[in-house]
Structure formats: C-alpha cells, structure tokens
Design a protein around this ligand. Structure first.
Ligand SMILES: [Mg+2]
Length: 244
C-alpha cells in the first residue's frame, strides 16, 4: 500500500471482532440471567485510533454488536468516532442516533419462535441483547433454527462460527450501514477504506473504495493483512497508515 493509493481516503471503517479485538464473545444464559463478557480494546489500539484522527481521518466502527457494548469498548474515542451497530441497522455519532432500518414487525414473532427452540436445545448458549437483529449464540450450527428462520422469506441467518445473526436480507447489512454513513459525512466510495475479517464484512468491503481483508479465506480485499501473527489486523493496518 502506498501513500498515493490512500490519498483520497477520508474515512476508515473498522470491523470489531477479529480486527480490533480477538475473535470470540463469551455468553452464558441460565433462565433469565445472561452473563456476557465484554472484550476490552487494548490501550495501544485506542492510541492508534487517536493518531489517525489527528491525521484527519474520520473513524467509523461497524459491528454486529449492540450499541451499549460498543460504547463501552470505545469510550475513549467516542468524541470523534461514529459507531454503526447490529450489522448496519443504525449509527451513533456524537450522541445522535441515525436509524437505518425498522425490523420490529418482521422480527417480533420470529423471536418468540426461536426462544421456544432455544429453551429445549442444549447447544444453544443464549441470546445476546440486541435491538434490531436477533443474535443467538450456539455451540454449533442448529438445523432447526435455520429451518425456522427460512419460514420467513425476507429473513436470513448468518452463522459466524459462534452465533447466528437473524436479520432482514439486504436491509440489515454492514453495506447498508456504510452507504448511510457515507451520506451523513458526504463521502464517496473512493474516500472510504474498510477492513473486516468475516462473511458479514464482504458486502461492507465491496461498498468501500479500498477494501482490506483480515482473513483471506473468508473475505476478499484489494489488500490483506495476515491472520496469524502477534499483532491484530487493525494494529498492522494502522501501523502502516501512520507510517505512510
Ligand atoms: Mg469480524
């Protein structure tokens, strides 16, 4: 990657899991008690984000996670960072919320149906608290859940290796989120660099002018950072940009 190649870039979009923090969310649900372990972002990444902002880059963090969790993780950089959450469903910026989709009517009845399956199935770990999508953590893929979601043609299940995101096809994607964010900040595709590591990032990366893959086996990019190594993908990318 050269300085010229990033000369038009005004915003950098980061996926969270597997990019800014290691992969994996710990969740346990017993009856009405949900235990959720929040991952902390390393001080080093916070400092790198601050430096990028000082260099004039806008920062957008796009995740399948809920807003409350992202605010907790990125507290220190919130004054200049926009958060796009629940796979493009909404964006938070400086205390203001831009809702990109209304999934209530579509998902309302599906939630109770999935809850019934979840209660009986020992491979289900629990529902992660979300506002616009349904996230169901499981030890492995469960056919019964996939089949139930299929009964509604506009819904899709996206399995990421540890959980299902149940969401409205085409409406609840990180790509939709990015398109809205680009409008908010009046940016064009060529002004945006995006980095992601998972299947749900493919559309996000395609939407950006400069896509960076953090896992070549799952997503394609113009550039990629190696998956294995002692630095997180976002760390390597930020080191590179800051050095240019
Ligand atoms: Mg990820």
């Amino acid at each position: 990657m050269s300085k010229k190649e990033i000369s038009k870039i005004k915003m950098i979009v980061f996926d969270v899991d597997g990019v800014l923090v290691p992969r994996g969310t710990k969740i346990k649900q017993t009856g009405n008690t949900t235990t959720l372990q929040t991952k902390v972002i390393a001080k080093k990444q916070i400092e790198q984000i601050k430096k990028l902002n000082k260099k004039g880059f806008l920062i957008n963090i796009s995740s399948g996670r809920g807003l409350y969790m992202m605010q907790e993780m990125f507290r220190e950089v919130l004054p200049f960072t926009s958060l796009t959450y629940e796979n493009g469903s909404a964006t938070w910026y400086k205390g203001k919320i831009f809702q990109h989709v209304n999934s209530f009517e579509t998902l309302h009845s599906m939630f109770s149906k999935l809850k019934k399956i979840a209660i009986k199935n020992k491979s289900v770990k629990g529902f992660e608290p979300k506002e616009f999508i349904i996230t169901l953590h499981c030890k492995k893929r469960i056919k019964e859940i996939e089949n139930m979601v299929k009964t509604n043609k506009v819904l899709a299940t996206n399995w990421n290796g540890e959980a299902y995101d149940v969401e409205i096809k085409k409406d609840q994607t990180k790509a939709v989120g990015l398109r809205r964010v680009m409008k908010i900040f009046k940016l064009k595709r060529q002004n945006v660099m995006a980095i992601g590591d998972n299947y749900n990032d493919q559309e996000l990366l395609k939407e950006s002018g400069l896509p960076i893959s953090a896992d070549k086996t799952r997503v394609k990019g113009a550039f990629h950072v190696p998956l294995k190594g002692k630095f997180l993908p976002a760390d390597i990318l930020m080191q590179k940009i800051l050095a240019l």
